[in-house]
Design a protein around this ligand. Structure first.
Ligand SMILES: Nc1nc2c(ncn2[C@@H]2O[C@H](COP(=O)(O)O)[C@@H](O)[C@H]2O)c(=O)[nH]1
Ligand code: MN
Length: 477
């Protein structure tokens, strides 16, 4: 790995910034940052480096894993954000559950904007909070009614966890397993209507060619081993065994969620549906269909992967067995009861990249080059709006990663420091989804366990991360 991406801004004019790679063997980070900044900004006399938040970086001081934004100054005081977000201008309360995790200022501004919307009681950022195109990701919005745009375009996106029955840990050969994953980007050749009928869903012809595929973006299917059981009792309850192998499937409703959102945002960019409004039920009907369709899609991806892995020399009963441990949706809205201003209130909980904490164990994936956690929610759920982080969360925007892409060879992007293999024939996606694009999953999990809202069950290690094998066109969605 060539190093860690850092964003360096000029303290006196924070619109001036650049990204550089900090080599892993750097001993004096402050000197490195000042040298890069003097060259880039062509300003002599830069002498001080501030970490985002205002703390000064000293000579020989190591930088924390979650620090990626630095401000260089000629000696003048830090002028960036210092205090926790104030709660004076918005109607709803803002909470951010992050002490160790890096949180981008833009995400905080977006969260504040959301908290000021009419009917919003609480905007709660999880440690994976990061900026989205319009609204933040990694957050929970509690309101009297429903704002479809806050749930976003991938309604139903979530993660399924399956045991790969009959594959034992000794079979964890990354390149052999990667080679077996074929045909997954082609339309499934089975009957979509029959598959969907198992979920009580009528088929929609326009979605049939997508059913059973992972899709692009940060969607993935990942074969994992168990790195560590954190809590034996909880692991037993979730049927996690250190000797077995598992499959994580992260995908959503493919094009369906975006067409539902496009329909309701045609006349107004951020419509609000109170329970009495005429569009409320029709939106929720479509939303509920998308949620169930996405669950059925994850199951079909898992089943197709089982076919790829086990078809040679196994029996039919093994092929058809889908050993599902859990399925957790992280983009949705649901009705709940929450303490608002000390009183219990019926509210709508919008989760945009947040896992529910009132439905048992939930996965918290890191990246293709980091560990993924399985977490048990604990506590009464009022502080965290019955929710947990849905992953590590993006740390660097996609376009920033392209500016450092020339430092990476293809093989350094298709293998990881954990020894796993990445199947991805889309070169842009390979760069945009590199492990350095994401925050530290350890910091995210620490932030939540320190807050007393979850406990670790087990840690999963990636063996093969599947993104896309054929084509790799961007427009596949
Ligand atoms: N284990 C893996 N985790 C990954 C990978 N790519 C992304 N991620 C994590 O998943 C979440 C999903 O975020 P979403 O907003 O798209 O739902 C993301 O925050 C990352 O932490 C991967 O290849 N393997
Ligand atoms: Mn998702």
């Amino acid at each position: 790995m060539p190093g860690r991406p850092l964003t360096i801004s000029l303290n006196a004019n924070q619109s001036k910034k650049f990204v550089c790679l900090l080599p892993d063997d750097t001993t004096n980070c402050k000197a490195f940052i000042l040298k890069e900044a003097r060259n880039k900004f062509r300003i002599k006399g830069l002498s001080h480096v501030f970490v985002q938040g205002g703390a000064e970086l000293h000579d020989e001081e190591a930088i924390r894993y979650d620090n990626s934004s630095f401000f260089v100054s000629k000696g003048e005081a830090y002028v960036g954000r210092t205090a926790a977000p104030s709660n004076t201008n918005q109607r709803g309360e803002i909470r951010i559950i992050a002490d160790k995790s890096f949180i981008d200022d833009k995400a905080i501004s977006q969260l504040k904007a959301v908290a000021s919307l009419p009917g919003v009681h609480l905007a709660c950022g999880m440690p994976d909070l990061h900026p989205g195109d319009r609204f933040p990701v990694g957050c929970v919005i509690v309101a009297d009614g429903v704002y479809p745009a806050l749930i976003g375009s991938d309604i139903g996106c979530g993660i399924g966890l399956y045991e790969l029955s009959s594959l034992s840990r000794s079979a964890a050969n990354p390149s052999k397993l990667a080679g077996l994953l074929r045909g997954l980007d082609e339309p499934w050749d089975g009957s979509a209507s029959q598959w969907l009928s198992h979920y009580g869903l009528p088929s929609r012809p326009e979605l049939e060619t997508s059913l059973g595929s992972v899709g692009l973006g940060n969607h993935f299917a990942e074969i994992c081993t168990v790195e560590r059981i954190v809590d034996e009792g909880l692991a037993q309850k979730s049927r996690i065994k250190s000797s077995a192998m598992y499959l994580l499937v992260h995908t959503g409703s493919r094009g369906l969620g975006s067409s539902i959102l496009a329909n309701v945002t045609r006349a107004e960019s951020n419509p609000y549906f109170s329970e009495q409004s005429s569009s409320f039920n029709s939106y929720l009907d479509e939303h509920d269909y998308a949620i169930k369709w996405a669950v059925s899609n994850r199951d079909l991806v898992a089943r197709r992967i089982q076919h790829c892995l086990f078809a040679p020399g196994t029996t039919d009963s093994e092929l058809d067995k889908l050993d599902k441990i859990l399925d957790v949706t992280h983009n949705s809205v649901s009705r709940s009861v929450l303490l608002i201003g000390g009183e219990k209130k019926d509210v709508w909980i919008h989760r945009k990249g947040a896992a529910p904490a009132d439905r048992g164990a939930t996965p918290c994936p890191g990246s293709r080059g980091d560990f993924s956690w399985l977490l048990e929610p604990v506590g009464d759920g009022h502080e965290n709006a019955h929710s947990l982080a849905h992953g590590a969360g993006r740390r660097h925007p996609r376009q920033v990663l392209h500016t450092i892409a020339n430092k990476y060879t293809k093989s350094s992007l298709t293998t990881t420091t954990l020894g796993s293999e990445v199947v991805c024939t889309d070169s842009d996606l390979l760069v945009e989804e590199m492990p350095e694009a994401y925050k530290s999953i350890q910091c995210v999990v620490d932030d939540m366990t320190d807050k007393g809202i979850c406990r670790g069950i087990a840690v999963l290690r990636p063996v093969v991360s599947y993104k896309v094998r054929e084509g790799g066109q961007r427009n596949k969605k």
